[in-house]
Write a protein that binds this ligand. Structure first.
Ligand code: FES
Length: 242
């Protein structure tokens, strides 16, 4: 058995295990497994529990689902056109990894962890300072729309290229959610790509996580089976975007 052909990944049980790349059929994994963590394969469903169909996603709308933990929000976006492919990214520690591409018929569907890699701004039921800015809209964070913006300190991320930093205070891309698009047009989250800050997030937002999720243990719970996916405008009462 050639060990180079195996990825070291952390499974939902938090034990380290080796998984053959052939077992990971998503389109967004790092080719060599760098900075990739597999979690439970979870289906994206709407508020009524019905599977989300990729072809039914509105274009340029920010949807939110929580993954891989009960309290970690992620954004799902159907971009106006297909994404770049095989984008080389680097974590703030300089570790290089590869973001493969968007998924769906047009390769236009992407998902990223909606926790800003600068100071962890993220959507809450009260408000969101982080969102995708459609191509027809303006932002102070970049010279055109079609980007993800964190309005806390005006960081912009390239939605069609693995959330690479385009400007602002952030020093590494948003983490990507590794998606699978199944033959029946359903969408599944299977892992996280990039250097995540989940543990810092749990530490920094303890009171908030208690308020919205009941406590740290509930907030850290790993999501399984399905993840409710709603528009950001339904997830947060107020969206602040500069
Ligand atoms: S927290 Fe997002 S730019 Fe500072």
């Amino acid at each position: 058995m050639d060990r180079r052909n195996f990825l070291k990944v952390v499974a939902a049980s938090a034990t380290v295990m080796a998984v053959s790349p052939s077992m990971i059929r998503g389109n967004l994994y790092a080719a060599d497994g760098t900075l990739f963590k597999a979690y439970d394969k979870v289906q994206l469903v709407d508020a009524a529990g019905k599977p989300i169909k990729a072809s039914a996603l509105a274009k340029e709308v920010t949807y939110i689902f929580n993954y891989p933990h009960a309290s970690t929000p992620c954004m799902l976006i159907n971009l106006p056109k297909g994404t770049s492919k095989e984008v080389e990214l680097a974590s703030e520690n300089g570790e290089k990894y590869v973001w493969k591409s968007g998924v769906g018929k047009e390769r236009s569907i992407v998902a990223y962890v909606a926790i800003c890699t600068h100071q962890m701004t993220h959507p809450t039921p009260n408000d969101s300072f982080i969102t995708y800015v459609p191509t027809t809209k303006k932002t102070m964070a970049y010279d055109k729309g079609g980007v993800i913006v964190c309005s806390s300190h005006l960081s912009a991320f390239d939605a069609g290229a693995g959330a690479k930093v385009l400007g602002g205070a952030a020093t590494q891309p948003l983490n990507s959610v590794v998606l699978e698009h199944a033959a029946d047009d359903t969408l599944w989250a299977v892992g996280i790509l990039g250097s995540d800050k989940f543990q810092d997030y749990f530490k920094s937002f303890r009171p908030e996580l208690k308020e919205f999720y009941g406590g740290p243990a509930e907030a850290k719970k790993l999501v399984s089976i399905s993840a409710k996916t709603v528009k950001l405008t339904e997830y947060s009462k107020e969206i602040i975007q500069y």
